[in-house]
Ligand binder design. Sequence first.
Ligand SMILES: Cc1cc2nc3c(=O)[nH]c(=O)nc-3n(C[C@H](O)[C@H](O)[C@H](O)COP(=O)(O)OP(=O)(O)OC[C@H]3O[C@@H](n4cnc5c(N)ncnc54)[C@H](O)[C@@H]3O)c2cc1C
Length: 408
Amino acid sequence: MKIACVGGGPASLYFSILMKRVDPSHVITVHERNPAGSTYGWGVTYWGELLNDLHGADPESACTIEKNSVHWDRWEVHVHDRTTVATEDWGEGFGIGRHQLLDILTERARSLGVHIEFEHEITDRGELADADLVVAGDGVNSLLRERHTDHFGSEVTVGRNVYVWLGTTKVFRSFTFTFVETAHGWIWCYGYGFSKDHSTCVIECSPTTWKGLGLHQANRADGLALLEKLFADALDGHPLITQAHTEDGTHWLNFRTLTNRTWYHDNLVLLGDAAHTTHYSIGAGTALALGDAAFLVNALHGETELQTALARYDRERQAVIRLSLRAARYSARWYESLPRYVGLPPEQLIALLGQRHSPLLPHVPPRLYYRLGQAAEQFRSLRNRGRRPDPGPHGPNTPGQSDEMITR
Ligand SMILES: Cc1cc2nc3c(=O)[nH]c(=O)nc-3n(C[C@H](O)[C@H](O)[C@H](O)COP(=O)(O)OP(=O)(O)OC[C@H]3O[C@@H](n4cnc5c(N)ncnc54)[C@H](O)[C@@H]3O)c2cc1C
């Protein structure tokens, strides 16, 4: 098969690796508009489950990814001068520089015979007319997808809060949430390490706080200086770093949640962020992009007809990730409703932070939700000890306890 992949992000690169592993006779070219070694963003998180999947799919790249990742098993929440550590088992998390991850995947793809053309922007699908399959791994603003918006049924929801993706030389040993109250409302940061000398800081706030603090019109130096002051305790005197090379401000954005009704059109198929985005607060976009790649490869090698394979990928993969997409929407909404939760006692705040993916939480008063969760927990531990307690007025099935848990 002759395959053209547009975009040299995790989705396309991993797809090309797995395709070549299954059948080295495929001729695959990845077209990336940026020069080699340049990318956006800082570190990305992932969870143990992904690592297991990567080891199963391509042990060579999985070992290198694991070797170049940092990991943590502690989660801290800072509000005012209080620090709370999650006592629930939120599991182990991993972080790797996006830059590093792309280098690893690029090298592995090349070693398997994939052609990678950097500084080659695809502006027209006609350029790829001789390909049997065109893979659109060109990210959330996919040009190839936008040419067929009606066919794909693309829908974009723009998040209310604004965020900026920054780096710092402060090395966070725990995944650290810091909530800071200002005269204009709350602003918060998710900090996590991704190398031995750098961490990511994603900073988020409501538009009212953003404008009230003057961040919407601050130039780059002033904007960073203000954020460093607000998060001085968390940063321990370390600077925040931006990738923006201009002086006209830090790069604040509203998160765009993209969905598509269908993920293929003729021989064009959407992969990763080009097909769907998941709010960064669940730390799953890269993992989902890699999972899409594995799913597509399985479908292509499990079916003899291209259209049947693409239809299978579309149907089955959409079903598999539905819960993650829903979790991401509720997580984004939790942060948009932060004032509802941030004044709770620390143990309640951290418990509900861990439950932020719950579709029920927005509809139940937070303190009541917390108490119901506690009661359900007690019921469960008593039941596990083989006793039959009185389930009380709420019964055992209290909200949130059966929700899929994705922690970040
Ligand atoms: C603030 C923030 C934090 C995040 N944190 C995490 C995290 O902790 N964990 C996690 O799993 N995910 C995280 N994500 C999500 C993650 O970055 C994306 O889901 C992931 O990068 C998607 O991979 P992709 O390959 O589909 O697209 P991308 O990584 O966006 O790659 C697309 C590539 O296509 C190239 N391209 C675009 N158009 C063209 C063209 N016409 N021709 C040639 N090349 C083109 C682009 O230059 C780019 O290199 C975060 C996202 C944000 C915004």
